[in-house]
Ligand binder design. Sequence first.
Ligand code: SF4
Ligand code: SF4
Length: 84
Amino acid sequence: MDTKMNSEWVKEQEEMVLSLCICQECPSWVECGEKGGYCFGTIGKSECIFEEKGCICLGCPVADKSGLEFMYYCTQGSAKEQEK
Ligand code: SF4
Ligand code: SF4
């Protein structure tokens, strides 16, 4: 896979994640113009959510489809970061 194809694939994945993300319905959500998708490597942590008031990631179709088992990606970082 060349670099261009690779970045296009990442962009498509990112858009898919954002379209399915349910972060905006979460009690920890803070409205600051972000779109969620914090579990995804190229998005990562939020710059405005700092208080963990509950996380609904485990009920999200992205987590279900991708087998993600972590929570609080907005404050703890993407799935890749949390795996470390
Ligand atoms: S798993 Fe969480 S951060 Fe990732 S798309 Fe779903 S609700 Fe958003
Ligand atoms: S990552 Fe989890 S805690 Fe953070 S906004 Fe999304 S659902 Fe809520």
